[in-house]
Design a protein around this ligand. Structure first.
Ligand SMILES: Nc1nc2c(ncn2[C@@H]2O[C@H](COP(=O)(O)OP(=O)(O)OP(=O)(O)O)[C@@H](O)[C@H]2O)c(=O)[nH]1
Ligand SMILES: [Mg+2]
Length: 616
């Protein structure tokens, strides 16, 4: 539509890619070189500002940065690359007029590259392709451009979309170039490409106000904060506005605060207009996907479908004998209920259902990491929890019980190819592609039930001595695939309470990997380690060495303890079986049997057997 009004002084662009392809590092370089953020001595990554993001080196929350450039303003939204946060990316794409599709110059397009590109093309965006990390020794930019072009074709890009501009970059070194034979010096070639190739936002400030709520934040003083882009009109502090619900109903409210961006900082503004990306407070009952509008023109914008959860876990209050001993401040079901209700409000894609008269909460999300981040956040806030193993969510599709299936890409040295194919074969995976990459590794692609992948990452790392790389993304629901084997090893279970003793652990480490350090508090029914033989075994980890009166010279063996596994939440959740739980406290992650005593466990087993016998 040629006569639409556009704001020439503004560009809104999102940066999208597979996990780790360098989005955040590139935005940091842009912030630095445009002077939008002044880096302190020694300060490195600043976009990944949340403590969990820093620790894990991944982006969890999308963030907007606003860059001044040649008298214009570029809003650049950094998105998470991990597939569990994929639906967030889809919403962000509606907020912008262009995307930077980053592709790692040695890895090439990966599953999430395909997903985000597909979504962008569907929304008629014309991506700018950024071949990133050209400084890597095994970078092969020309080949990766060809692979990216093929991906565009595979996704039915239009001729216009296929005519994408290419920028070569090393975000880490802050250099970009349009031509590999020219030296890359700074970020200007990329900034200029954004200015020239991303359309200025359509923005008619004279029309009635309309904004689609893309994200929600929460502040205990000011309440819910709606984040999004103003599509039409303008808004001021004090303006009366309405929230248009999905069912067409409206609620009224008044704008109490408006924030716009400068660099990474949000600054209070009196007014904002079409094209601007803003945060707005004052609407108490607002949800992602709803429209904020002027009361005279309460019309909803096309909404964004939120992907259904694919995985769930049960959360309940901590019932372990050590509950409350690790400094947890929020210990009861009531605390957990309130916290989860809050989460379901702001974290779109999280669903919470109560069970067992409010004693247990079924929490569903888009993947293990999505839920693990929630658990990790809660424990840092002082919560203690008991969490059951992740379960996939089944669904009836055309009358057939179906389960989520993932697309998985695994890259390993050729020597491991056989064992990986065998391991995934036994988990009923379907190989869809295999090729040798330019650096000699084997890249294999599979379709596999999400259920069968739970715990596989640990196995892959074990099989490939930590060198295997795997990435996965939800593919589709497919008919139920029948029984799939899970953990083959058994566990070592503590027989009683006390403190783990080096001598006791030393006596057990031949059986399998140990989870505990000497000196830690343990209780009956807690898991001490793995029993490679396959069965569960009750053991004594608090055993001291008996001192004998007669001590023959040289008979005292030195105790060499193999260092125990660093217990991470992801490992714990993937490892446990149905009759086990993860105990999460601010200080510890412990694994335990659901029923702590051997007698209880035996009684439950007998009951189950009886029930099965009478049913069959
Ligand atoms: N050699 C090289 N490494 C880079 C470059 N850019 C980023 N990296 C490294 O790649 C890793 C991932 O970088 P990030 O910027 O966090 O990647 P991301 O795409 O934001 O990752 P997610 O947000 O988790 O999807 C880090 O270890 C960076 O140091 C680059 O241009 N060259
Ligand atoms: Mg990032």
């Amino acid at each position: 539509m040629p006569n639409q009004k556009r704001r020439k002084d503004l560009r809104n662009v999102a940066i999208i890619a597979h996990v780790d392809h360098g989005k955040t590092t590139l935005v940091d370089a842009l912030l630095k070189q445009t002077g939008a953020h002044v880096f302190k001595e020694g300060e490195t990554v600043i976009m990944d500002s949340n403590p969990l993001e820093k620790e894990r080196g991944i982006t969890i929350f999308s963030k907007n940065a606003s860059l001044p450039y040649k008298g214009m303003r570029i809003n650049i939204v950094d998105t998470p690359g991990h597939a569990d946060f994929g639906s967030e990316v889809e919403r962000i794409l509606r907020m912008v007029d262009g995307v930077l599709l980053l592709v790692d110059a040695s890895e090439g397009p990966m599953p999430q590259t395909k997903f985000v590109l597909k979504k962008s093309l569907e929304l008629h965006l014309k991506p700018i392709v950024v071949i990133n990390k050209i400084d890597r020794p095994n970078a092969r930019p020309e080949e990766i451009v060809n692979q990216t072009f093929d991906l565009f074709c595979e996704l039915n890009a239009t001729d216009e979309q296929l005519d994408f501009p290419i920028v070569y970059a090393s975000g880490k070194e802050g250099r970009t170039t349009l031509d590999l034979s020219d030296p890359a010096e700074d970020m200007k070639p990329l900034l200029d490409t954004i200015i020239h190739r991303v359309l200025p936002p359509v923005a008619d400030a004279e029309q009635p106000f309309q904004m689609l709520v893309t994200m929600l934040e929460y502040d205990s003083y000011i309440g819910r904060i709606a984040v999004g882009r103003i599509v039409h009109g303008k808004v001021e502090v004090g303006s009366q506005i309405v929230a248009v619900k999905q069912d067409g109903g409206t609620t009224r409210g008044k704008v109490t605060k408006l924030l716009t961006y400068q660099g990474l900082v949000q600054i209070e503004s009196e007014s904002a207009e079409a094209g601007d990306i803003i945060s707005l407070s004052g609407m108490e009952d607002i949800r992602v996907g709803e429209t904020l509008a002027s009361p005279q023109h309460p019309v909803a914008l096309p909404t964004v479908n939120v992907d259904e959860p694919t995985i769930s876990m049960n959360f309940s209050h901590n019932t372990s004998p050590l509950a409350g001993k690790d400094g947890g401040r929020f210990l009861t079901s009531r605390h957990i209920r309130e916290r989860l209700a809050h989460e379901a409000m702001v974290n779109i894609g999280i669903k919470v259902e109560e069970a067992d008269g409010g004693e247990r909460f079924k929490v569903s999300g888009r993947g293990e990491l999505h839920l693990a981040i929630l658990i990790e956040t809660m424990r840092r806030e002082g919560f203690e929890l008991e969490v059951s193993p992740p379960k996939v969510i089944y669904k009836e599709v055309d009358g057939v019980i179906s389960e989520p299936v993932e697309e998985v890409v695994i890259e390993v040295d050729p020597g491991y190819q056989g064992s990986i194919i065998e391991a995934l074969g036994s988990r009923k995976a379907n190989m869809t592609n295999l090729h040798i990459s330019a650096v000699g590794t084997v890249r294999m692609e599979f379709h596999i039930a999400s259920r069968a992948l739970l715990g596989f990452r640990n196995e892959l790392l074990r099989m490939t001595r930590g060198t295997g790389v795997m990435s996965q993304i939800f593919h589709e629901y497919q008919p139920f695939k029948g029984e799939i084997p899970h953990r083959s090893a058994g566990v070592l279970i503590s027989h009683g309470p006390g403190q783990a003793v080096a001598y006791g652990l030393w006596g057990l480490q031949d059986r399998g990997e140990i989870f505990l350090h000497p000196g830690v508090d343990i209780y009956e029914g807690m898991l001490v380690g793995v029993n490679n033989k396959g069965n569960d075994l009750v053991v004594n980890a608090i055993r001291e060495k008996k001192l004998t009166n007669i001590r023959a010279a040289g008979s005292d063996e030195a105790i060499h303890l193999i260092s125990p596994r660093d217990m991470t939440l992801e490992f714990a959740l993937e490892f446990i079986e149905d009759d086990e739980l993860v105990e999460v406290t601010p200080k510890n992650i412990r694994l335990r049997k659901r029923y702590l005593t051997d007698n209880e466990r035996r009684a439950v087993r007998n009951q189950t057997k009886k029930a099965q016998a009478s049913a069959g």
